[in-house]
Design a binder for this molecule. Structure first.
Ligand code: GLN
Length: 278
């Protein structure tokens, strides 16, 4: 079988399994297995596939057809400038979240040697990107899940970005610390959202997705404590779900707030809520 034959076969299987972009997924699966870029795959159509390669391609294909995200199958998710290791212990980093990283970098531009905390770090994508772009920062990454932290540590090793890891339920293990920047992409899906998840999202850890009945439970807990952990003039940036920005901004705004705002993602959806401490 040639690669072209396999691509046609794979696209058909994925189409029948209702994968939203079957042609692209077939190509990306092949690219991952053959260790080529998706662009290079186009020129390899006439290559005859070895039996071992075909076996792996077909294994990956049936996992993808069963609804497993491509990123878990290939243990890779692209975010900012990195290919991060991901598995079923962590949320797959979304492109929307790059907005949060970019805004965070902008906010702390004028702060030398910033102390940074990334809570609910998951794969570490936010923390490690910040550490990479701000080599003078001291970055701490925390998560409630030890399995997630192990993934983040692996990514620290792969990217070479320097970060300290703390097992912590939000601020619980961070008493007495102060930060110039706190970033969080907490679980924020509602009870209703959880009932109608895409089959790929169902494979992601519920712990990283579910934010209680109205999706705002974790923001409420964060709002109660956050100003104690911010240095004077420090910033907090939180990712929010569609339609949550105003409520989250209201939860975080109080007599300690000096400035605040809402930032849209690339699709024009209010995605990041930020506040600055007095
Ligand atoms: N952005 C994810 C989704 O829409 C949710 C991530 C989260 O809850 N932080 O599926």
């Amino acid at each position: 079988m040639t690669l072209s034959d396999w691509l046609i076969y794979a696209e058909d299987i994925l189409e029948k399994a209702e994968c939203y972009d079957s042609r692209l997924d077939a190509k990306l699966l092949a690219a991952g297995v053959l260790k080529k870029s998706p662009g290079e795959i186009r020129f390899l159509g006439n290559c005859a596939l070895k039996d071992e390669t075909l076996d792996i391609l077909n294994q990956y294909l049936s996992r993808r057809a069963a609804g497993e995200p491509l990123q878990y199958i290939e243990n890779t998710a692209y975010f900012m400038d990195f290919a991060f290791f991901v598995d079923e212990n962590v949320l797959i980093p979304r492109q929307d979240t790059e907005t949060l990283v970019e805004l965070a970098l902008e906010k702390i531009k004028g702060i030398k040697n910033p102390e940074v905390l990334d809570m609910c770090t998951g794969s570490g994508a936010i923390a490690l990107s910040l550490a990479h772009y701000r080599k003078d920062a001291r970055v701490t990454a925390s998560d409630i899940s030890e399995d997630a932290l192990n993934v983040a540590k692996k990514n620290a090793f792969l990217t070479g970005a320097k970060t300290e890891f703390v097992l912590s339920d939000l601020f619980n293990a961070l008493a007495g610390r102060k930060f110039d920047l706190i970033t969080v992409n907490p679980p924020y899906l509602t009870k209703e959202d959880m009932k109608s998840l895409q089959k790929e999202v169902k494979r992601e850890p519920a712990l990283a997705l579910y934010g209680g009945e109205d999706g705002l439970d974790i923001y409420r807990r964060i709002a109660r404590e956050i100003y104690r952990f911010l240095s004077p003039g420090g910033y907090a940036l939180l990712e929010v779900g569609q339609g949550q920005a105003k409520d989250v901004l209201a939860l975080l705004s109080n007599e300690n707030t000096s400035e605040s705002g809402i930032e849209k993602d690339l699709c024009g959806i209010d995605r990041v809520v930020w506040i600055r401490s007095l």
